[in-house]
Design a protein. Structure first.
Length: 115
C-alpha cells in the first residue's frame, strides 16, 4: 500500500497550492479519503474528508470556503485545492485512507505560508 503526497511548498499569504495524493495497493474507490495536517507543537487535525465515490465532503471550520477536496477514482488520486492561504495553514499535510478498521497514511508534504 502506498499513499504519496505531492504539491507542497512555500507560498505567500493569499496564494494557492494544490496537493495531490496518489494511492496504490488497495481498492481506492472503496475508501473514504481525508487530508490531515500537523503544525509544529500541535496535534494532528482533520482538514477535509471525502466519501468513497465523492458524494459527501466535510471541512474543518478553519478552511471552509478556502479549501476543496476532490478525488478521481479512475486515477486513484485525491486532491486538496487550497486557496487564500494564511500563515496559520503552515503544516505538514497528510493523506489518509479509511474503510472500516483499515487505514493507511501517507508520508506527508510540507506547506509553508510565509511572506
Amino acid at each position: 500500500v502506498h499513499l504519496v503526497e505531492s504539491g507542497g511548498g512555500l507560498v505567500q499569504p493569499g496564494g494557492s497550492l494544490r496537493l495531490s495524493c496518489a494511492a496504490s495497493g488497495f481498492d481506492f474507490s472503496s475508501y473514504d479519503m481525508r487530508w490531515y495536517r500537523q503544525a509544529p507543537g500541535k496535534e494532528r487535525e482533520l482538514v477535509a474528508s471525502i466519501s468513497s465515490v465523492g458524494e459527501f465532503t466535510n471541512y474543518a471550520d478553519s478552511v471552509k470556503g478556502r479549501f476543496t477536496i476532490s478525488r478521481v477514482n479512475g486515477k486513484t488520486t485525491v486532491y486538496l485545492q487550497m486557496n487564500s492561504l494564511k500563515p496559520e495553514d503552515t503544516a505538514v499535510y497528510y493523506c489518509h485512507a479509511r474503510r472500516y478498521f483499515y487505514e493507511y497514511w501517507g508520508q506527508g508534504t510540507q506547506v509553508t505560508v510565509h511572506s
